[in-house]
Design a protein. Structure first.
Length: 62
């Protein structure tokens, strides 16, 4: 007795699944960018602060 193939494994379904997944990623990425633009008023200050925090974490791990 053979086990039926999962429909997601079929080539035509895989391609559609990948397309839907990529479209969803694009949508979520755009929402994140919009929210970040609302919250970050000074990009240079944000980058400097984030870089300093990251360096602090890196030093603690080393």
């Amino acid at each position: 007795m053979t086990k039926p193939m999962n429909p997601l494994l079929r080539a035509e379904n895989r391609a559609a699944l990948i397309r839907r997944g990529m479209a969803r990623i694009d949508t979520l990425q755009n929402k994140v960018i919009e929210e970040a633009n609302k919250q970050i008023t000074d990009l240079t200050e944000f980058e400097n602060t984030t870089r300093q925090k990251f360096e602090g974490y890196r030093v603690k791990i080393s």
